[in-house]
Ligand binder design. Sequence first.
Ligand SMILES: Cc1ncc(C[n+]2csc(CCOP(=O)(O)OP(=O)(O)O)c2C)c(N)n1
Ligand SMILES: CC(=O)[C@@H](O)[C@H](O)COP(=O)(O)O
Ligand SMILES: [Mg+2]
Length: 642
Amino acid sequence: MTDRPQTPLLDRVQSPADLKAFSDTELERLAHELRAETVSTVSETGGHLGAGLGVVEMTVALHAVFDAPRDKIIWDVGHQCYPHKILTGRRDRIRTLRQKGGLSGFTKRAESAYDPFGAAHSSTSISAALGFAVARDLGGSVPEGLGDAIAVIGDGALSAGMAYEALNCAGHEKRRLIVILNDNEMSIAPPVGAMSKYLSRLYAGAPFQELKAVAKGAVRMLPPPLQEGAKRAKDILKHTVVGGTLFQELGFSYVGPIDGHDMEQLLAVLRTVKARAHGPILIHAITRKGKGYGPAEDAADRGHARAKFDVLTGKQKKAASNAPSYTKVFAQALIREAEADPRIVAVTAAMPDGTGLDLFAERFANRCFDVGIAEQHGVTFCAGMAAGGLRPFCALYSTFLQRGYDQVVHDVAIQGLPVRFAIDRAGLVGADGATHAGSFDVAYLANLPGFVVMAAADEAELVHMVATAAAHDSGPIAFRFPRGEGTGVDMPERGVPLEIGRGRMIREGADVAILSFGTRLQEVLKACEALEAQGIRPTVADARFAKPLDRELILRLAADHAALITIEEGAVGGFGSHVAQLLAEEGAFDTGLKFRSMTLPDAFIDQASPEDMYAAAGLTAADIEARVRALLRPADKAALRA
Ligand SMILES: Cc1ncc(C[n+]2csc(CCOP(=O)(O)OP(=O)(O)O)c2C)c(N)n1
Ligand SMILES: CC(=O)[C@@H](O)[C@H](O)COP(=O)(O)O
Ligand SMILES: [Mg+2]
C-alpha cells in the first residue's frame, strides 16, 4: 500500500449532492484531491490511468452542475470513469477496481445508478444519450428520473462511424442533448486521420488562446446572447470559434474550444448550457491525457493503462516474463512473412501497440495502416486490398472484431476474399472483464462458408499459423491467440504453412480422447498427468482447425474411444458444436460414443485474473480431470480395459 493522499474535501463527499455545497474555489481544490486519489488508487490496482486524469476537472464540474443520477452522464468507453466512481458513492471500494468481486474498470449499470449506461467498447455514448433524451421526451420512466442526457466522448472515439451515425440522428432530432468532446489529441496511440487534424485546427487558432488568456473571466467569454435566452443560443455559441464547424452543419450548437482543466471556465460553460441550451449542443473541451501526474503526462501514451506502480517514480511493478507474448510472436512472424512477400500489408484499428503492429510499422511504415477506432472500415478496407491483389492481415482483438461482423460476412466471406484475420485477446482476458473477453469469434466465424478458422495451442503454433494465413489465397482465414505470455516452447525460425484442415496427435492413449482447440491444451496436458496417476490413459489431439474440421482425425478418435471431449476457449456454438454436428451426421452417437463439449459457459464472466476467470468458466485442468472421471464411470473403465 502506498501513502494515501490527504483529501479533506473529498472526505466530505458521499455522493455528488455534496458538491452542491462547495464554493467554486473548493471545487477546484476538490479536483486536485480527486486527481491524487485517482493516482493513488491506480498505483495499487493497476488499470486505466491517463484518461481519468484528463477528465478530473470535467468530472467535478459535471457533478457540481448537473444532478446525477437524474441527469445521465455517459462516459464513452468508460475507461476514464474512476474519478466519477470516486465521487458517486464508490470510493470505499475503489481499490477493488478490476479485481475479482470488485468494481468494474468501466461504467456498469449493475454497479450503480450513477452509471446509466455500461460501456468499454468505444463510441456508443452519443447514441445512448440520445436514447435517454428521447425516453425523457416521450414519457419514459426510470426510478431515478430522466433529466439531461450528457455524453462525454473522446477525440479517439470520435473516429468511429457509430459516433457520426449518432450525431447525424441527433442533429435531425433537435432534442436537448449535451455532447462533450474531450479532445486530448490522443487515442491509445497518437490519433490518426483527417478528423483528428480537423479538431486540431478548431483550436489551434486564436479563439482558444483568447479563452485561455481570459480564463478567469470565463462567463464573460460566453457570447452574451447565450445569457439572454434560448432563442439566440445558436448564434452565441457559434461565436466562440472562427467560422462554422462540422458539428454545426450536423445541427449542433458548438461551444468551444474551452480549456477542460480550467474549473472556472468549465463551471461557467456548463451552468450556462444547463440553464439555456435548447436542442443538441456540443462542448469542445481541450484536455491533456495524464494531466497532473508527471510520469503519465510525459509518457508517449500519456499513461493510458498501467500495471501497479510506484507513485513517486511512476515505475511499474510488472512480473518478469518467462516467455514472449503471443502478440509479439505474431508481430515478429508477420514481419518475417512480409520480408519475403511485398504483398503483405497490415491493418490495426487504433491498437498498434496492443496488436504488435507498432513493430510491423517500424519495419514497413508504408505497409501498415492504423485506421483509428474503425473496425468496420478496417475489415472492408482489407477486403478492398485483398480484391486488389494484396495480402492483408487484419489485426484486431476478438472483442472488437464483433464491431465488423457484417463487413466480415458481406464484404469478405460472401466474396471469398483472402483477408487474413489475426485475432488477438482470444478467450478470457482478465481485468477488463466481460466486455473484452474474446468469447465469440469462433462461433461467429466458423459458421461462414469458405472461412478457415484456426486457434494456436502455443506460440510456435502461432508462427506456423501466420505462415499458413500468408500462403492461403483461396479465401478468408482467421487465427486466434490469447492475451499474455506464451508457453516457452522452442520457436521455429520461420513458420511452415500447415495443411488446411489437419489437426495433430499429441499423445496416444486409450480410455478417452480429448480434442483441444487453442491454448487450453496446456491444461489438458496437466489434467492428463493427474489422470495417468489414476490409471486413466487419455488420448490428446490438437485440432488446430475449427473449420474445416479434420474429419478423419475426429472420426478416428470417435471410433477408437468410448468417450470424446472437446475443449476450447470460446462460447457455445463454436468448435465443440461443429464437432458434435459432424459426429451426429456420421452416426458416431449411434454406436454409443459418449461426448462432452467443454466451452465457456452461457454467461458473462466478471473481471478477475485470467486463471480465476477460467476457474469460474470450468475450464481448468482440475475441471477437465473431473469431467473425464465423471464420463468414465468405473463400469465403463473396466469394460474398456477388458
Ligand atoms: C470499439 C473499440 N475499439 C477499440 C477500443 C480500444 N480503446 C479503448 S480506449 C481507446 C482510445 C480512446 O481514445 P479517446 O476516445 O480519445 O479517449 P482518451 O483515452 O484519449 O481519453 C481505444 C482505442 C475500444 N475500447 N473499443
Ligand atoms: C479500454 C480499452 O479497451 C483498452 O485500453 C483495453 O483495456 C486494452 O486491453 P489490453 O491491455 O489487453 O491491450
Ligand atoms: Mg483522446
